[in-house]
Write a protein of this length. Structure first.
Length: 506
């Protein structure tokens, strides 16, 4: 796991305090070299599961991946100042990269290694925790100790499913590894499994996780940054939506909503969502505590570095990823009343140029040391939240066999009401309703890693081409699945390139 700037500063300034404030996610992965001696206590198992989450976080932070995959190639942005990220925005994903330029973000985004690191840790946890005797787990009786053991297993199943789901949406078919191996080189010769098989494996993992995990515990300091039953059903809902299994998607959404554990924050408190662990959060990747936070001016990972500018980030005079005003005002057509626009965006005048900036990721702490300022980003990565699930259920009702368009519209309007907007008119049907749902998701979940996948699902349903860097012919040919970097072929000769991008293999 990366060492962040704040941790370095804290070690210099507060060495004694740090000895007692190690956070759950601030764990290093258990190495295979120590596997024979590590798995002897509840604390060993817990820290090993923590490493699963830590490695998921590393995968989503690498090259700003959560947003580079889910937002950058969409109509959210009109221009990108960074030349490499501009190619990502324009879906020029096959640009040749020298293999030893490991820092190149185009290469980083084509390599799935960070996700497989998380999967390997999940496989390790499942293998060894299953072998651990019951009496090493915390609890006053065997039933309590078994529940504790199963909870840790459930979290490992969840993190494995989450990593594979991300990879399936990014690359389509990927090698499927579900067994622990002390020497991971044995997995290097696996071919890509079909996306259908990979997603079925995810569903199977989540079926086990839902048996082992409880409903959200609102009293826990680790709520929503560790998986619970609500997170399991939210991930299932997204898997089913991606597959087009909308009746199953609707049932999974109902399972989340029916827990009663989540509630929409008030429109006046939108910014609390992105600080993390709001009442709306279902699953988040922790980055809001002092020793899990990020360097806000790190170009390698921090979304703040790319979307913020002065006054939130004094080191940047203009945003790097520049929001397209056309899409912005289409999604937020009522700027006078839409609380999302009023709370989450700001206008920057730079000479004769206007920049519209998203301030969702502006929970920045400034630390001064030896005459220098360090800027620390303390926003969680919001993976699933209640508004997302309500709107996903609306999509399921509109697209599934139940075909409850009135129910879908009511859900959309509940989100609009929270935003201070008037309801959409009754009677919206067919593609008009599906487009309205996608637009509402675009406004509600702007820059949260959903837009690219929302537009893909919309195009599958309506046939409307809405992704700027892709024609409908290219869409049908699968351009939206990423190429695999050719450097991986040298390690695994059984890999084949993603079909649309076969020219990159030559």
């Amino acid at each position: 796991m990366r060492t962040n700037l704040l941790k370095i500063l804290s070690c210099l300034l507060l060495p004694v305090a740090l000895a007692s404030c190690k956070k759950f996610l601030d764990q290093d992965p258990v190495s295979s070299a120590s596997d024979e001696t590590t798995w002897s206590s509840d604390a060993d198992a817990n820290s090993s599961v923590a490493a699963c989450y830590s490695l998921v976080r590393s995968a989503l932070d690498a090259a700003c991946s959560q947003f580079s995959y889910g937002d950058l190639p969409t109509d959210e942005f009109g221009n990108v100042a960074d030349a490499d990220f501009l190619k990502i925005h324009n879906m020029q994903w096959d640009v040749s990269v020298v293999s030893y330029n490991a820092y190149d973000i185009k290469l980083k985004l084509r390599v799935w290694t960070p996700f497989y690191s998380a999967i390997a840790q999940s496989n390790r946890c499942l293998h060894f925790i299953n072998q651990m005797p019951l009496d090493v787990f915390t609890g006053n009786d065997d039933a309590t100790r078994l529940k504790r053991k199963n909870k840790l297993l459930g979290e490992a199943y969840f993190t494995r499913a989450l990593a594979y789901f991300y990879m399936s949406r990014i690359w389509g078919d990927v090698p499927l590894v579900t067994e622990y191996a002390d020497d991971i080189s044995g997995d290097l010769g696996l071919p890509r499994s079909s996306q259908a098989n990979v997603l079925q494996s995810c569903i199977s993992d989540l079926g086990k996780a839902r048996q082992y995990l409880d409903i959200k515990d609102n009293t826990s300091t680790d709520r929503v940054v560790r998986a619970d039953k609500g997170a399991v059903f939210a991930l299932l809902a997204h898997i089913y939506a991606w597959e087009g299994s909308y009746d199953s998607c609707k049932m999974a959404c109902d399972s989340v909503i029916g827990t009663g554990s989540y509630s929409l924050v008030s429109g006046s408190q939108y910014t609390s969502i992105y600080a993390g662990q709001s009442g709306e959060g279902i699953f988040e990747v922790a980055q809001n505590s002092s020793n899990e936070a990020m360097n806000a001016v790190a170009s390698t990972a921090s979304v703040a570095y790319y979307v913020l500018s002065t006054p939130y980030l004094p080191t940047r005079s203009t945003p790097n990823w520049q929001i397209g005003s056309g899409t912005l005002f289409k999604l937020y057509s009522d700027t006078a009343n839409d609380l999302r626009y009023k709370k989450e965006f700001y206008l920057l005048n730079s000479g004769s140029t206007k920049y519209y900036c998203c301030s969702k990721y502006s929970n920045i702490t400034t630390i001064s040391s030896n005459g220098s300022n360090f800027y620390i980003l303390r926003n969680n990565i919001i993976v699933f939240r209640l508004a997302d699930i309500l709107l996903l259920k609306a999509e399921a009702l509109a697209a599934g066999s139940l075909h409850d368009e009135a129910g879908a519209l009511a859900l959309v309007n509940s989100i609009r009401l929270r935003a201070g907007l008037t309801p959409l008119p009754a009677g919206l049907t067919g593609n008009d309703l599906l487009n309205a749902i996608t637009n509402e998701r675009g406004a509600e979940l702007f820059l949260e890693g959903h837009r690219f996948y929302d537009l893909i699902r919309n195009e599958r349903l309506t046939g409307g081409a809405r992704i700027p860097g892709m024609t409908q012919t290219e869409f049908l040919a699968g351009k939206y699945y990423w190429p695999v970097d050719p450097s991986l072929f040298t390690l695994n000769p059984n890999l084949k390139q993603t079909p649309f991008w076969t020219s990159l293999s030559n």
